[in-house]
Design a binder for this molecule. Structure first.
Ligand code: ZN
Length: 361
C-alpha cells in the first residue's frame, strides 16, 4: 500500500467512528426525550394497559342487582380465554387520595359516603346507589386505578388503557350519589390530568346508554373539559337534551346526542362521524377519556339499544383516531354500565382489541 493511500484511509476511519458516535448520541437523546422509546424499544409499539384488581369485587350491591361483581369476572374471563390478557400490560389499582376526590366532590359528601358504607346502611344517599362495608375503599380504588392508568400513559409505559372498575361514576354529582355511582371517576380523572400532568384540555366521550348527568353538571361551566354524550332518550336520568350545551364560559363545550330506543351501530357511527369528529377537531384535546358503558349493547338488561361488538369496535376506532390526531394517542377508557355479562364481555373484547391496534374481532 502506498504511503499516500495509507494517509487517505486514516481520516475515513476516523469519520466513520465519529458518525457512529453521533448516531449513538442521537438514539440516547431521542430515548431521553420520549420515554416511549425506552419502554417499547421503538415508536408505535407501545402496548395497551388493562387495569383490574380483585378489590373491585368487594363492592356488594345485594342479590339480583344488575351492577354486580360478575360483570368484571366475565370481562377478565373473556380476555383470558381469547388470549388478550398476555398481550396487555397489567395495571393494578391503588386507592386515590381524598385530596383528589375534593377536586370534584365536597368534603361533606366524601365523609358521608365513608360513613354510609362503613355504617352498614346498605346504600349511599338512596337505594339507587347500593353499597356495602367495603364500598368506600373500593370506590377509592376505582378513582386511583384510573389515575394509575393515566400516569402510565403519561410516563410512556403504555399507549392507552382500559380500566375494568367498579363502582361506575358518571351519574355521581359533587354532593350526591346517583344511579349506582359513588365517586365520579371520569370527572376526577379529568381534573387529575389537568392538575397533576398540567395538560389544558380534556375530551370526555360518554357512550353509556344513560346520560352522564354528574359529569356534565361538574363541568357545565368549564370550557377546558369537552363532554360528548350519546344516550337513549327519554330514559334515566332524564337529562342531556340536544339544547343542553353548557353554561356561561362552558357554553358550547357540552354536546348531547339523545337517541330514541332501538338505535344500533349505524346510528351511533353517524353521531360519532358527523357530530363528535368535527367538534373534537375544533376542540383539540390534550387527552381523551372514555366513559365506556356497554349498556347500549344489543341484549343489555337495562338499555334498549342494539349496538354490537363490531359497533363498539367502530366507535373505538373513531375515538382512537381523534386521540392520535390531537394528542399522540393519549387515551384512557373506563367502565361505566353494561349489565348483560355476555354482551358486556364481548363488547369489551372488541373495544380492547381496537385499543391494542388490531382490527380483528
Ligand atoms: Zn348506564
Amino acid at each position: 500500500m502506498a504511503p499516500d493511500q495509507e494517509l487517505k484511509r486514516k481520516p475515513r476511519g476516523a469519520s466513520v467512528t465519529w458518525l457512529r458516535s453521533c448516531l449513538v448520541l442521537m438514539v440516547v437523546l431521542v430515548g431521553l426525550a420520549w420515554p416511549g422509546y425506552a419502554a417499547a424499544g421503538a415508536p408505535g409499539r407501545l402496548k395497551t394497559g388493562f387495569l383490574y384488581g380483585d378489590i373491585y369485587l368487594k363492592h356488594e350491591t345485594g342479590s339480583g342487582h344488575p351492577e354486580r361483581p360478575e360483570r368484571l369476572t366475565a370481562i377478565v374471563a373473556r380476555l383470558k380465554q381469547n388470549g388478550l390478557l398476555n398481550e396487555l400490560v397489567a395495571l393494578k389499582p391503588v386507592p386515590a387520595s381524598t385530596d383528589w376526590l375534593r377536586t370534584v366532590h365536597t368534603q361533606e359528601y366524601i365523609e358521608r359516603v365513608r360513613k354510609d358504607c362503613q355504617g352498614g346502611s346498605g346504600y349511599v344517599d338512596s337505594p339507587d346507589s347500593p353499597a356495602s362495608a367495603d364500598s368506600y375503599q373500593v370506590a377509592l380504588n376505582a378513582v386511583g386505578g384510573v389515575q394509575s392508568a393515566i400516569d402510565a400513559v403519561m410516563e410512556g409505559k403504555i399507549q392507552n388503557a382500559f380500566c375494568a372498575i367498579r363502582p361506575p361514576g358518571h351519574h355521581a354529582l359533587k354532593d350526591k350519589a346517583m344511579g349506582f355511582c359513588l365517586f365520579n371517576n371520569v370527572a376526577i380523572a379529568a381534573k387529575y390530568i389537568q392538575q397533576k400532568h398540567k395538560l389544558a384540555k380534556v375530551l370526555i366521550v360518554d357512550w353509556d346508554v344513560h346520560h352522564g348527568n354528574g359529569t356534565q353538571a361538574i363541568f357545565d361551566e368549564d370550557p377546558t373539559v369537552f363532554y360528548f354524550s350519546v344516550h337513549q332518550s327519554p330514559f334515566y336520568p332524564g337529562t342531556g337534551s340536544a339544547e343542553d350545551k353548557g353554561v356561561g364560559k362552558g357554553l358550547g363545550s357540552k354536546f348531547n346526542v339523545p337517541l330514541p330506543a332501538g338505535c344500533g351501530d349505524a346510528d351511533y357511527r353517524k353521531a360519532f362521524e358527523e357530530r363528535l369528529k368535527p367538534a373534537a377537531a375544533a376542540f383539540k384535546p390534550d387527552f381523551v377519556l372514555i366513559s365506556a358503558g356497554f349498556d347500549a349493547a344489543n341484549g343489555d338488561t337495562l338499555g334498549g339499544m342494539k349496538v354490537t361488538p363490531q359497533g363498539y369496535a367502530e366507535l373505538t376506532r373513531i375515538v382512537k383516531g381523534i386521540a392520535e390526531a390531537s394528542c399522540h394517542g393519549r387515551l384512557v377508557s373506563m367502565l361505566e354500565g353494561g349489565y348483560n355479562t355476555e354482551a358486556l364481555a364481548a363488547s369489551v373484547e372488541a373495544h380492547v382489541r381496537v385499543l391494542m391496534g388490531s382490527a380483528a374481532q
